[in-house]
Design a protein around this ligand. Sequence first.
Ligand SMILES: Nc1ncnc2c1ncn2[C@@H]1O[C@H](COP(=O)(O)OP(=O)(O)O)[C@@H](O)[C@H]1O
Ligand SMILES: [Mg+2]
Length: 226
Amino acid sequence: MILVFASSKGGVGKSTTCAALGAGLALEGQRVLILDLDQNRTVHRWSRKTAIPGLTVEAVTMGEFASALKAKAGAGHYDHILIDLAGAREVTLFKAIARADLVVIPAQASEPDIREALVIAGDVRDVEDTAGRKIPYRLLLTKMYPLRTRVTDFAYAELARLGLPMFKTVLVERTAYREMFLNGQAPSQIERDKGAGAEIDALLDEIEAIVTPDTVRPSTPLQAAR
Ligand SMILES: Nc1ncnc2c1ncn2[C@@H]1O[C@H](COP(=O)(O)OP(=O)(O)O)[C@@H](O)[C@H]1O
Ligand SMILES: [Mg+2]
């Protein structure tokens, strides 16, 4: 599948979520390519510190993007391609959305982030019209406080009002995510079957159900890789 991580804003957790999910899939034994289009090259630098079999990260420029994706998707070397976009609303974003099986829109539970997510959701629907095919998208709440607060209550109410489709799973503000780019570890390696590892598993289950609704994931998918 081709997963695109999109937001017109930086700092919402695109690179973190992309790397954590890519690592999670690779640890299940799947062949994963992450195309890093973020100018900061966060995921590419992280990959040099990690050694997860089956996970490849390539940094590509915006100009190279379309041909790189076509070549990589066509070569059949990978089960999944994850695309970490720059936090900007530019042409690569639209090109990536046009090829996506699912667009993940990370956002924090704040009014400005939800507004930005709404803009990207509109962009997905525009590309959908032009491409003439359904392009699923979901908002993903990231860096959430573990406890419900007035802010999270507001965010949920606002999201319900706007009718934005969202993942049931949220990514809580956790050390395993915050430190992954420092220590080179994937959240699913630091916290297996709990905390961040359990969140990533739950998110992968949801993603799979959206992209391939007829397949059932094994209930303990990480066992195979251990
Ligand atoms: N769930 C999380 N818990 C803790 N820290 C997070 C989480 N998600 C992202 N971060 C941190 O927030 C910052 C921005 O995240 P990043 O993934 O680089 O955002 P983006 O790619 O959207 O700019 C980074 O310092 C990252 O470590
Ligand atoms: Mg980034």
